[in-house]
Write a protein that binds this ligand. Structure first.
Ligand code: SAH
Ligand code: SF4
Ligand code: F3S
Length: 436
């Protein structure tokens, strides 16, 4: 039987789409391989959020040419956010003729049919839908981890931040029915899952039905017996509700951690980004969250070099970082995306200024992360053991309730369990600990 290889370039949502693709292929009797060289079916699930994601994909796709020449039976499929853009499809068609199947983010469920068509007719299949139709429920999924699962609660985005391609590649917001989410999570728990990560581009605008907003969904998930941890991402600061803040205090399973992307610390830049909050509103929100849940860990996405960003705007960002003191943050250089308003702005920031700001920002963030992690030394944390550590063969890796990565010695039989670990060392990006 054929083996498949799948490479994912994007975010958790992309990762989860890959899990579903893997699930569908396994239902067809295929098995996974981690070596593209051994695979009969190769799938690239692409991301378009920044230019380097695009570049990495084209580089990787170029490497497949040789394999396709030596083994013409190999089937090459490309999907994901890049394929929702006509100019990318055109490039793939003309420059990478060895691609057999192109499909988009709205119709991953069509892959088995497209594969059958290629096998029977040997003709290239291109099937990309401009918008999402009805949400397709009940697709299989092959999870990356046995003890934790990604669960989509909504698709698409309506926010149109001026730098962002996602609303164009993922379409308008659509929420799943709460029953469908609850049933999926219950089934996952019966299958050994202890932690779910609820996914949406802005979970705060989830609307499952008239009664069920995002906070209500959390309260209902919190009732599920055997589900130890609930996480979510991402939550847009503009519409985070008071009831959600209250849920952190009320719901035992909701992890004390929030990813709250700020993007910039300058109200002027936030306005140009169409983020719909300003610096003071953001900081006030952080204060309110910390008042209710003092132990909460907070992370962010922050970018530098948005068109028109001045040194003063950038200093506002550094100042906000210092005031909020994030546990961690993903940092980005603004990357112009074709079709978005900011890409048309004549006031693009020169690369060297972007890089200089980026380095200064990363240094500040890393220093704060290291201090915060060092402050955890001596504490005992509940850690969900996710698997073997990447650092050493006899170490395990897991996450605290606050989403900090911990490496510690222990037996592999502990994988999937929640165990108490004393933190012995706090580093910039992770913690070391010992099992007690
Ligand atoms: N829906 C999520 C973000 C999804 S994209 C949210 O609103 O928080 C993840 C992150 O990529 C964004 O938060 C942003 O910081 C970054 N990003 C998006 N578009 C970008 C661009 N054109 N250039 C640089 N970074 C970008
Ligand atoms: Fe992009 Fe903004 Fe939507 Fe997030 S909220 S996906 S940054 S448009
Ligand atoms: Fe990338 Fe699409 Fe996610 S553009 S970040 S894979 S939604």
């Amino acid at each position: 039987m054929r083996k498949y290889f799948i490479q994912t370039f994007g975010c958790q949502m992309n990762e989860h789409d890959s899990e579903i693709i893997a699930g569908m292929l396994e239902e067809k009797g295929m098995t996974r391989t981690d070596a593209a060289a051994d695979a009969g079916v190769i799938i690239f699930n692409t991301c378009s959020v920044r230019e380097n994601a695009d570049k990495r994909f084209f580089g990787t796709l170029g490497q497949v040419k040789k394999k396709k020449k030596n083994e013409p039976g190999t089937i090459v499929c490309v999907c994901g956010c890049m394929m929702q853009q006509q100019h990318i499809i055109d490039t793939v068609k003309t420059k990478y003729p060895w691609v057999d199947i192109i499909f988009g983010t709205h119709n991953i469920h069509k892959l088995p049919e497209l594969l059958t068509n290629v096998m029977n007719e040997k003709e290239r299949q291109i099937d990309v839908w401009p918008e999402g139709g009805e949400i397709v429920e009940g697709l299989p999924s092959k999870r990356l981890f046995s003890c934790k699962a990604l669960v989509n609660i909504m698709y698409g985005c309506n926010n149109f931040c001026t730098y962002c391609i996602v609303p164009y590649t993922r379409g308008r917001e659509r929420s799943r029915k709460p029953e469908n989410v609850l049933n999926e999570v219950k089934a996952l728990v019966s299958d050994g899952v202890r932690e779910v990560m609820l996914l949406g581009q802005n979970v705060n605008s989830y609307r499952g039905d008239e009664k069920t907003d995002f906070a209500e969904l959390i309260y209902r998930l919190n009732e599920i017996e055997g589900l130890d941890r609930i996480r979510f991402m991402t939550s847009h600061p503009k519409d985070l509700s008071d009831r959600l803040i209250k849920a952190f205090a009320d719901c035992g399973s909701l992890c004390r951690n929030i990813h709250l992307p700020v993007q910039s610390g300058s109200s002027r830049v936030l306005e140009m980004m169409n983020r719909k909050y300003n610096r003071d509103q953001y900081m006030e929100l952080v204060d309110r969250i910390r008042e209710t849940v003092p132990e909460i860990t907070i992370s962010s996405d922050i970018m530098v070099g948005f068109p028109g960003e001045t040194e003063e705007d950038f200093l506002d960002t550094l100042d906000l970082i210092e005031r909020v003191r994030y546990d961690s943050a993903f940092t980005f250089l603004y990357s112009p995306r074709k079709g978005t308003p900011a890409a048309e702005d004549p006031d693009q920031i020169p690369e060297e200024i972007k890089h200089d700001r980026f380095n200064r920002m990363v240094e500040l963030i890393n220093g704060i992360s290291a201090e915060k992690n060092a402050a955890m030394e001596g504490r005992v944390e509940d850690v969900l053991v996710e698997g073997a550590s990447k650092n050493s063969i006899d170490a395990l890796a897991g996450r605290t309730d606050g989403f900090k990565l911990v490496n510690f010695r222990g037996d592999r039989s502990l994988i999937g369990q929640i165990v108490p670990v004393r933190i012995t060392k706090g580093k910039t990006f992770s913690l070391e600990g010992e099992l007690i």
